[in-house]
Each structure stands twice: as structure tokens, then as C-alpha cells.
Design a protein around this ligand. Structure first.
Ligand code: SAH
Ligand code: SF4
Length: 356
């Protein structure tokens, strides 16, 4: 088995160390780091401008059959929403697996939505990724490469930089905690992609120990909890993994997190007709979240093949929102504008892989 490693997997100190071990001065690490993370698409052209020791190091260690490779997944499909505001890319990794990355642009502000795993082990019944099951974790370099991919498109087409990043693509970020945190510190590095930490949002289905770890480690990123149910029974019927962490323990973890970091938590709520969209459920949700600083996002369900549920009627969503607002919560309706490109996570891959 190949022991080659990705240069994109290395942190800055690790890169310095690799160079130093082969006698290349640490000062050159900065140049290489920038080439890897800022102008990744022009990496080959930049090689000519590198100081000789660095160029020699790359010639010796980078490439097929050598110690290092670059994470540059190939784009195998793209779909655009009819309003042109959402684009979804299917990217092929080195082992042939595919993942989805989404680029959304509203008011010329661009948000990337990246994947953290191939598939997902959490099995949420309404989610196309959950329906695929779990294949493997992504490495940090594979997470970073998705940001670089959309960044390159943005710069070329709009002369703009990425503004926001959400970890809401395929996979459960907190199930792949270390790789995700390593990737995010590179993505937020001012010498690299340089995304502001407070414009990065980790979305989780509710892995309680990992939420507590975020609190303990004083995570600088935003946190979104995919709640979808206000009672144990409601949650369990949608999110099988929630059996492991009862809803009270999840809410306790949210309180701990909010108190430790003094930051508002985003609550994601996928509205499913007849399942979690009644005025009664809205009332239960309002009581459940009492005293926690939250912002609630309501998202109509994107239908998937393997789940019979449908999106809530518009009116039901409005009533749900009104009740929560009445209880004092900020509530936003997130229209899934990309619905015509199957923008629910995992849906592009499902359609592509079922086509022979
Ligand atoms: N695993 C993480 C992040 C990826 S899923 C999590 O669950 O939070 C990102 C968001 O998309 C979650 O809020 C999830 O509940 C939601 N989602 C998944 N499938 C959906 C669908 N078919 N329709 C609407 N939202 C969906
Ligand atoms: Fe995994 Fe999130 Fe999909 Fe649930 S909603 S299966 S946690 S990706």
C-alpha cells in the first residue's frame, strides 16, 4: 500500500518540519504554503518562481510514486439551479469516491458548503447521504481542496473571494473531529485561504461528547445543531443516532457550549409535513430551548427517493415561525433555492450514481 501523503494534509509547522528534515530552510515553507493554499490552481506555474532548494525538494518528493501528492479532486459533474445562484459540484477523490461541494451566491456574497465524509454513519431517514451509509472519513486535505476548488471558480468568474463556509455537505463533521479541526485551522489561516473564523459554521446532528469538546477547546467557529424534533420520540423517528444521546443531554451540551463560549447557537429545523411542523411541536420547541441563545433556521424538506415524507405546506411553516417568534426567538426561513439542482446534501451524488 502506498504511504504517500498529501501536502494539503500538513499544518504549517508540519510543513516547516518536513522541509527542515531534508535540509530546506524553514523560511521557504511560507512560499510553499501560499502556493498550496492560496493559488493552488497555479501551483505548477509557480514552481518556476521557487528558490532552487524548494524547487529541488518538490522535484524530489512530489509526484507519482513519491512521498507527497496534492489534493486536487477532479470535477466530474456540475449542476446549476435555474436562478443560477446555487451550483453544485461532484468531485472525484484519488480513490475514485465522489463527494459534493456546493457554492451559493446571494447579493454577490458567496458561501461554500463542503463535505466532511464520504457518506454518513448517522442514518437520518430523510437525508440522501444518510441513505447511502458510511464509506470513509475525509482527510483534512480533501476538505481544504473543496474550498480551494470553489475559491478558484469564484476568482476566475467574479474576481471575488469566498466569504462564508458551512460544513453542511455530505457527512457528520463531528464524527471526523480531528480532520475537520485541522482543515479549518488551515482554511482560516491568514497566510492561506484566510476565511474569517466567525464566518465558518460547523453543523452537527448532535454528537454530545464532541459538542462538549468544542466548548472545552473554545472553538472559534459557529455551531449549528440539526435538531428536527422537540421530543425524544420525534427525534428518534428521524435521527436513529439520537438514541445514543437523549435530547436532554443534547440540550444540556448546548447550554454548556453557549455558556463557555458566549455564542449564539444555530438550530436547524427541517420542516416535514405532518411530522414536525404542527403548532403543538412549535410550542414544544419553544419550551425546550428556553434560556438558550439560539437562532432558528427553518428549512423545507427536500424530498429524497428513499423517504416518503414531504415538505410542509408554506402556510404551516409560517404558523410555525410565528409561534417561535412570539416566544421571542429569532427565526429565519431558509428557502432551499437550489431545490431544482437536488441541493439537499448527497442528492447530486445519488442521482449520478444511479445513472448507469
Ligand atoms: N451531518 C451534519 C451536516 C450535514 S447535513 C448535520 O446533520 O447537521 C446539513 C443539513 O442538511 C442538516 O441540517 C440536515 O438535517 C439537512 N438535510 C439533510 N437532508 C435534507 C433534506 N432532504 N431536506 C432538507 N434538509 C436536509
Ligand atoms: Fe449525516 Fe447530517 Fe445526513 Fe444526518 S443529516 S445522515 S448527520 S449528513
Amino acid at each position: 500500500m502506498s504511504t504517500a501523503r498529501s501536502l494539503h494534509d500538513l499544518s504549517f509547522p508540519e510543513l516547516e518540519e518536513e522541509l527542515a528534515q531534508s535540509g530546506v530552510k524553514k523560511v521557504h515553507a511560507r512560499l510553499l504554503w501560499r502556493a498550496l493554499h492560496y493559488e493552488a490552481s497555479r501551483f505548477r506555474e509557480n514552481l518556476d518562481g521557487f528558490p532552487p532548494p524548494l524547487a529541488r525538494w518538490l522535484n524530489q518528493y512530489l509526484g507519482d510514486g513519491r512521498a507527497f501528492f496534492l489534493d486536487q479532486p477532479e470535477q466530474v459533474a456540475e449542476s446549476r439551479s435555474s436562478d443560477g445562484l446555487t451550483r453544485k459540484y461532484l468531485l472525484r477523490l484519488r480513490d475514485g469516491r465522489t463527494i459534493e461541494t456546493v457554492l451559493m451566491g446571494y447579493d454577490r456574497r458567496f458561501t461554500a458548503c463542503v463535505s466532511t465524509q464520504v457518506g454518513c454513519a448517522m442514518g437520518c431517514v430523510f437525508c440522501a447521504t444518510g441513505q447511502m451509509g458510511f464509506t470513509r472519513h475525509l482527510r483534512p486535505g480533501e476538505i481544504i481542496a473543496q474550498v480551494l476548488h470553489v475559491q478558484r471558480i469564484l476568482r476566475a468568474e467574479y474576481g471575488k473571494n469566498l466569504r462564508n463556509l458551512v460544513l453542511m455537505g455530505m457527512g457528520e463533521p463531528l464524527h471526523n473531529y480531528d480532520a475537520v479541526m485541522k482543515a479549518l485551522s488551515t482554511i482560516a489561516d491568514v497566510r492561506g485561504p484566510s476565511l474569517a473564523q466567525d464566518r465558518i459554521t460547523i453543523s452537527t446532528v448532535g454528537l454530545v461528547p464532541a459538542i462538549l469538546r468544542l466548548a472545552e477547546e473554545k472553538s472559534p467557529y459557529n455551531l449549528a445543531i440539526s435538531l428536527h424534533g422537540a421530543t425524544e420520540e420525534q427525534r428518534r423517528s428521524l435521527i436513529p443516532i439520537s438514541k445514543k444521546w437523549p435530547i436532554e443531554s443534547l440540550i444540556d451540551a448546548c447550554r454548556t457550549y453557549e455558556q463557555a463560549l458566549g455564542k449564539r447557537i444555530f438550530i436547524e429545523w427541517t420542516l416535514i409535513a405532518g411530522k414536525n411542523d404542527s403548532p403543538e411541536v412549535a410550542g414544544q420547541l419553544a419550551s425546550l430551548l428556553q434560556g438558550i441563545n439560539v437562532h432558528i433556521n427553518l428549512i423545507p424538506l427536500n424530498p429524497t427517493d428513499a423517504y416518503e415524507g414531504t415538505a410542509s405546506a408554506h402556510q404551516a411553516g409560517l404558523v410555525f415561525q410565528r409561534i417561535l417568534r412570539g416566544a421571542g426567538y429569532p427565526v429565519t426561513f431558509r428557502q432551499r433555492r437550489g431545490i431544482d439542482v437536488a441541493a439537499g446534501c448527497g442528492q447530486l451524488r445519488s442521482t449520478k450514481t444511479t445513472v448507469p
